[in-house]
Design a binder for this molecule. Structure first.
Ligand code: NAD
Ligand code: LMR
Length: 326
């Protein structure tokens, strides 16, 4: 029998949690033959709500769901976890930037990083969703020297998917026809949506779509989509965020498929001039379970290079802001 994978999820009774857990339990994240045990973390005030979510999970009768554990302490929730999905934290409201959350959310990732170090599997794979996710990931990783640094990642897959969605819509294609889109940098307005190697229906995106639209509307829409959703919904994205988290872990485990790479924020090794150690979104190729390589040698024009540098500068600044948490 295939051993269950233990998946810890924080903020499990929140908006994203409610879209995420059912898809993990159904097999969408780790594949149709992989049993899972869910280890759910919430704040004490939200434990009642979490009990309700757990009841609903049970009521789905998922064949792959081999257990549900609930806890209000990370030391309990992360015990022997193979995958840790750090979602629980405050979302921003209208008029805020994600970076405005750092003072409030940053400290959460100190305690959770320490708990990963103390009790999770020594090879636990971590994705940080809670904002500002790149720098929160840096904070968590800094506490957990027992787990390899490369195992700490943050989610820019939502931005990646948003760019695919925009290109598909504009070209009257399906998302499946769009390949090799890429997001560089921070999950913030300085992110760099890079379509220079992307294709739609086999044709370069740069030939298929008007360049003024690509330079202006497309670029701005992708970079500011989170804010647009908050303005429209009154709450930040949830189902699409959960979907991106599923995609991130799915591809990390099962591979990049027909794309040459996907966008993942991972610890920089100095590639493309990004300072070492920053959690930066790069083109990542996955050819074996739970590994990735930063794709090397992509040609960048001066404009892309400058923007990639600007997003790295912003992350260096965030790293200085949280220096006491590292
Ligand atoms: P939410 O408020 O609906 O849910 C958050 C949940 O986390 C709540 O149930 C809360 O009780 C819980 N929580 C708070 N602090 C916790 C802690 N210390 N330990 C455990 N649980 C804790 O928020 P949401 O909409 O689910 O968003 C969660 C986070 O994800 C926010 O920071 C949001 O900005 C971020 N987000 C990131 C992306 C991305 O692309 N990276 C996309 C969407 C949202
Ligand atoms: C998003 O991109 O939708 C999330 O990061 C939420 C936000 O604050 O924008």
């Amino acid at each position: 029998m295939v051993q269950p994978i233990r998946v810890a999820v924080t903020g499990a009774a929140g908006q994203i949690g409610y879209s995420l857990l059912f898809r993990i339990a159904s097999g969408e994240m780790l594949g149709p033959n992989q049993p899972v045990i869910l280890q759910l973390l919430e704040l004490p005030v939200a434990m009642n709500a979490l009990e309700g979510v757990a009841m609903e999970l049970t009521d789905c009768g998922y064949p792959l769901l081999h257990g549900i554990e609930m806890a209000d302490s990370p030391m309990q929730a992360f015990e022997n976890a193979d995958v840790v999905m750090l979602v629980g934290s405050k979302p921003r409201g209208p008029g805020m930037e994600r970076a405005d959350l750092i003072r409030e959310n940053g400290p959460i990732f100190v305690g959770q990083g320490k708990a990963i170090d103390a009790v999770a599997s020594a090879d636990a794979k971590v994705v940080v969703v809670g904002n500002p996710c790149n720098t929160n990931c840096l904070i968590a990783a800094a506490q957990a020297s027992r787990v390899p640094l490369a195992n700490f990642t943050a989610m820019t897959r939502l931005d990646h998917n948003r760019s695919v969605g925009q290109i598909a819509e504009k070209s009257n294609s399906t998302a499946a026809e769009v390949r090799n889109m890429l997001i560089w940098g921070n999950h913030s307005p300085t992110m760099v949506p890079d379509y220079s190697r992307a294709t739609v229906g086999g044709q370069p995106v740069a030939d298929a779509l008007p360049s003024d639209w690509l330079h202006s509307e497309f670029d701005t829409t992708v970079r500011t989509r989170g804010k647009a959703i908050i303005n429209a919904r009154g709450k930040s994205s949830a189902a699409s965020a959960a979907n991106a988290a599923i995609n991130h872990i799915h591809d990390w485990f099962l591979g990049t498929g027909s794309n040459d790479y996907v966008s993942m924020a991972v610890p920089s090794d100095g590639s493309y001039g990004v300072p070492e150690g920053l959690i930066y979104s790069f083109p990542c190729r996955i050819t074996a379970p739970w590994t990735y390589e930063i794709v090397q040698g992509l040609e960048l024009n001066d404009d892309l290079q400058a923007r990639i540098q600007r997003s790295a500068d912003e992350l260096s600044q965030e790293r200085e802001t949280v220096a006491e948490l590292l």
